[in-house]
Design a protein around this ligand. Structure first.
Ligand SMILES: [Zn+2]
Length: 210
């Protein structure tokens, strides 16, 4: 792995404070995150990625979006206190404004770039799935190229290009060639995004068994 989730590469303007309110959609997101944690798609373990946490999830809200905090991979459930609220996110300047009891995931810019694609996108799930990632070509999954590092203006542009030029608006799942095992799913709510992701996982397992 050439890069890690643990490095915050953006300019973060963070105001410590209360966590976001536990809305229905945030509770739904945390439940989907628990499923992804059980599947080993979100987590933190010495056996993977040098012990850095991996995977992060978010939902859109009135002021921006709430995203799991940086290095919060270990617990199976986070609760509202494990999420930060991102109130401004500019992929062009690599700048993020956030508040909460934890700092936001270092992949906030990639989440922000996905929300910028369409007002109807209200949940983004970034997971690490070797099953999907290694099968991405056979699955015909839209993928950003290996020279595009995550969490950068180049990644935001690459995601926008995929959305404009591939079936991504329909499939709602893409892979990142330059980010080992990195997969992103999105949808109108956590269930919509989670179901798209699990459908792709099932197809990768079906192909692996064939
Ligand atoms: Zn990642």
């Amino acid at each position: 792995m050439t890069e890690t989730e643990g490095v915050i590469k953006y300019a973060l303007d963070f105001t410590p404070g209360a966590p976001p309110a536990l809305s229905y959609s945030l509770a739904q997101l945390d439940a989907w995150r628990s499923i992804l944690h059980r599947l080993g798609m979100v987590g933190q373990t010495p056996a993977r990625y040098d012990g850095y946490g991996f995977g992060n999830v978010s939902v859109r809200d009135r002021d921006g979006f709430s995203i799991s905090g940086t290095q919060t991979g270990k617990p199976e459930q986070l609760g509202a206190a494990g999420y930060a609220q991102v109130t401004a996110c500019n992929p062009q300047t690599n700048a993020v404004e956030a508040r909460g009891a934890v700092k936001p995931s270092s992949e906030s810019l990639t989440h922000g770039a996905v929300y910028a694609l369409d007002d109807g996108i209200a949940c983004v799930l970034h997971v690490h799935s070797p099953d999907i990632w290694h099968a991405r070509a056979n699955l015909g999954l839209p993928s950003t190229t290996a020279d595009v590092p995550y969490g950068t203006p180049a990644m935001a542009a690459a995601v926008a290009a995929l959305y404009a030029n591939t079936a991504l608006p329909c499939g709602r799942v893409f892979a990142m060639d330059g980010h080992e095992d990195g997969v992103v799913a999105f949808g109108a709510d956590p269930a919509h995004a989670g179901q798209a992701l699990l459908s792709v996982l099932a197809e990768s397992l079906r192909q692996g068994a064939a």
